[in-house]
Design a binder for this molecule. Structure first.
Ligand code: FES
Length: 127
């Protein structure tokens, strides 16, 4: 498990495998909904899945028609798997591993999320 104690003061922290960046405060994200944050030129959809008491993050870009849309998607569970459905054509992706669950579609990138001192941090994998 990566150690994130330094996050109390820093806006980004480097660990062995990830750069963790402070996305926003917990209360900036709607309950059971998503919001989009930016990291460099990447758009990342962040979900406060309060029904499951879990947080998830994934690329905001839907690979179907290249729409920046997933943060506005509907979240839910399918056989225990947390998922997001794109608001355009309802392609559905696992929030755990990014796999498309209802079509032959490219997987999406998912990111780990940590909550520290009321802030949401997203881990971006190092190359
Ligand atoms: S653009 Fe997302 S499902 Fe079509």
């Amino acid at each position: 498990m990566e150690q994130l104690n330094e996050l109390k003061i820093a806006t980004t922290v480097e660990t062995d495998n990830h750069t963790w960046f402070r996305a926003a405060r917990v209360e900036d994200f709607p309950a059971n909904g998503g919001a989009c944050v930016k990291y460099g030129d990447q758009q990342i959809a962040v979900f406060n899945f309060t029904r499951r008491n879990e947080w998830y993050a994934c690329q905001n870009l839907c690979p179907h028609k290249m729409q920046m849309a997933l943060s506005r998607g509907m979240i839910g569970s399918q056989e225990g798997e947390p998922k997001v459905a794109c608001p355009f054509h309802k392609k559905t992706f696992s929030l755990r591993n990014g796999q498309c669950l209802n079509a032959e579609e490219q997987n999406i990138t998912v990111y780990p999320v940590r909550i520290e001192n009321g802030f949401v941090y997203i881990g971006v994998a190092k190359p």
